[in-house]
Design a protein around this ligand. Structure first.
Ligand SMILES: Nc1ncnc2c1ncn2[C@@H]1O[C@H](COP(=O)(O)OP(=O)(O)OP(=O)(O)O)[C@@H](O)[C@H]1O
Length: 287
């Protein structure tokens, strides 16, 4: 099967003054995939997205979106970006925001944008400044999807939402991906928020992509070693990523093929995706 990569970074580096945020950052995102971009606070998720849409310029490396090098000519027509701060005009009504979307985009689906606003229970006569943060997110999402993008980048889209709204937005995104083949990248510092929506994971740590692949595959490539002793475990298959021990048991997340049996004093268990992500976010990087 021919791969169709819609967003790629190759050895991208970006620093602010002396702080290196991205360094040797490489990945490729395929058309139609839904990717969770996960990293701790300050890991560089927003920086990565700003680079992808051309709001920032990399110090080195290559970035391509929809077959073109990312330039300074404004956001590519096939791309939508929902920033963390959801810039809407506070004095506009929702109807005026939708009209703004219509007037500023060559490709614009008015019916779809209006349907998304109405599904969120938001009156089009309401002023943006009077909306709750969750409703603002829903309006910003309607504006982003009204462009009918091929690639949609969402920076922490679910952070301001209550659980019901979170589920509604997750459904909207999944439906958009399934029906229109939209490629979606959404960031969070907690994967559990995204695990129902995303099929792939990019884990950003120390400026690089540390995990990249299908969520199920990544999970299956790890296992837990659980023991009741203080002793360091001996691992026959793979490498210990981290110690997630609780008070009563020693628990180690191991990257490798799950062995049939463990050594005396230890048992082997399946890792969850949360175990794996937390382990990788928490590990000190080996030199
Ligand atoms: N314009 C800027 N000037 C200087 N430093 C910046 C700038 N933008 C980001 N940084 C720094 O770069 C680092 C990465 O920031 P970024 O916002 O990309 O992280 P993030 O993963 O999105 O974090 P969060 O989850 O907190 O939103 C942070 O240390 C931040 O302070």
């Amino acid at each position: 099967m021919m791969t169709d990569e819609v967003l790629t970074m190759d050895e991208v580096a970006k620093s602010f003054r002396r702080k290196t945020v991205l360094d040797h950052c490489s990945f490729a995102i395929e058309r139609g995939s839904v990717t969770a971009l996960v990293g701790s606070n300050g890991a560089g998720k927003s920086t990565l997205m700003s680079l992808a849409v051309g709001l920032l310029t990399p110090d080195s490396g290559n970035i391509r979106v929809l077959g073109e090098a990312v330039g300074q000519r404004g956001i590519a027509p096939g791309l939508s970006y929902l920033t963390q701060h959801k810039p809407l005009y506070p004095h506009f009504t929702v109807a005026e925001m939708l009209r703004f979307g219509r007037n500023t985009n060559a490709h614009w689906d008015d019916a779809y944008a209006a349907e998304l606003v109405s599904a969120a229970g938001i009156a089009v006569s309401a002023r943006v400044k009077s909306l709750s943060p969750g409703h603002r997110t829903r309006v910003a999402l309607a504006l982003a999807l009204g462009r009918r993008p091929e690639v949609l980048l969402l920076d922490e889209p679910l952070a301001d939402l209550d659980p019901v709204a979170r589920r509604a937005v997750a459904r909207t995104l999944m439906r958009d991906a399934a029906e229109n083949g939209t490629t979606i990248v959404l960031s969070s510092h907690v994967l559990s928020e995204l695990v129902d929506v995303a099929d792939r994971l990019l884990l950003l740590r120390d400026g690089r992509i540390r995990l990249d692949g299908e969520l199920d595959t990544i999970t299956a490539e790890h296992y837990l070693l659980v023991g009741s002793t203080d002793a360091e475990p001996t691992v026959d298959n793979g490498t210990i990523i981290s110690d997630v021990s609780g008070s009563s048991a020693a628990v180690f997340v191991v990257h490798g093929t799950r062995p049939e049996t463990a050594r005396p004093g230890w048992t082997v268990e399946d890792a969850t995706v949360d175990d794996v992500v937390l382990a990788h976010l928490g590990t000190e990087v080996a030199a």
